[in-house]
Design a protein around this ligand. Structure first.
Ligand SMILES: Cc1cc2nc3c(=O)[nH]c(=O)nc-3n(C[C@H](O)[C@H](O)[C@H](O)COP(=O)(O)O)c2cc1C
Length: 196
């Protein structure tokens, strides 16, 4: 698989094959990739909570909101929940300023997901989650602040990238077969050219 194919396959999946469980060791391999990525001033403010036991994933799942743009779908469908989660935490004993670690969070999240796709898995970044509820459920001490939740599993969804339509909408949508379409801006649209 070329790097472009890897990036293209790394979509936001919101339905997973429950038969494929994910072990703690597999999650550790993903975090091992994330921990060697760039970090502002090399402060490395992040820690990772690994959730893979079915009894524990259900609790995390219930505190996350998927596909807010498709409220009628109530994703994930029952039986297609994530097999595992990685919660990216800010260790405030290392770095206090939340804003300064946001880019690190993004780099770590994308790296985790690319590593997952390389293993035949896939996932979803989730910023829309119940922070207080997750902190209580997982027992995070005050110095650990959850910043982003990553859902993981073997994808059980078909996703297609499409062009942004003429009305400019970037909203994702599904058809009758439940194929998920994600409009992406074209190369010419995203490269800024100076006026001649
Ligand atoms: C920082 C961040 C937070 C996100 N939070 C959520 C979320 O809470 N729930 C969700 O269903 N999708 C979430 N997404 C996924 C986006 O909706 C998704 O990236 C977008 O629809 C484009 O699809 P693609 O990732 O397949 O390109 C998030 C993505 C990013 C980058």
């Amino acid at each position: 698989m070329t790097f472009y194919e890897l990036v293209k396959r790394n979509r936001s999946y919101r339905g997973f094959d429950q038969q494929r469980r994910i072990s703690r060791e597999e999650l550790e391999e993903l975090v091992d990739c994330a921990r060697i990525t760039p970090s502002a001033a090399n402060r490395q403010p992040l820690r990772y909570d690994l959730v893979w036991e079915p009894a524990e994933t259900a609790g995390v799942q219930s505190l996350t909101k998927w596909a807010a743009a498709l409220p009628e779908r109530h994703l994930p469908d029952p039986g297609k929940e994530a097999a595992a989660f990685i919660v990216i935490l800010q260790e405030t004993e290392w770095v206090q300023n939340a804003a300064s670690c946001q880019i690190d969070v993004g780099i770590a999240a994308q790296t985790l997901l690319l590593a997952a796709v390389e293993k035949g898995l896939g996932g979803l970044m989730i910023g829309n989650f119940n922070r207080e509820g997750l902190t209580e459920l997982r027992g995070y001490p005050e110095h650990l602040v959850p910043q982003l939740v990553i859902a993981l599993g073997k994808p059980a969804e078909k996703i297609e990238l499409t062009e942004v339509p003429s009305d400019g909408s970037t909203k994702y949508y599904r058809d009758e077969q439940d194929i998920h379409y994600v409009p992406k801006r074209g190369l010419k649209d995203v490269i800024w050219e100076r006026e001649p």
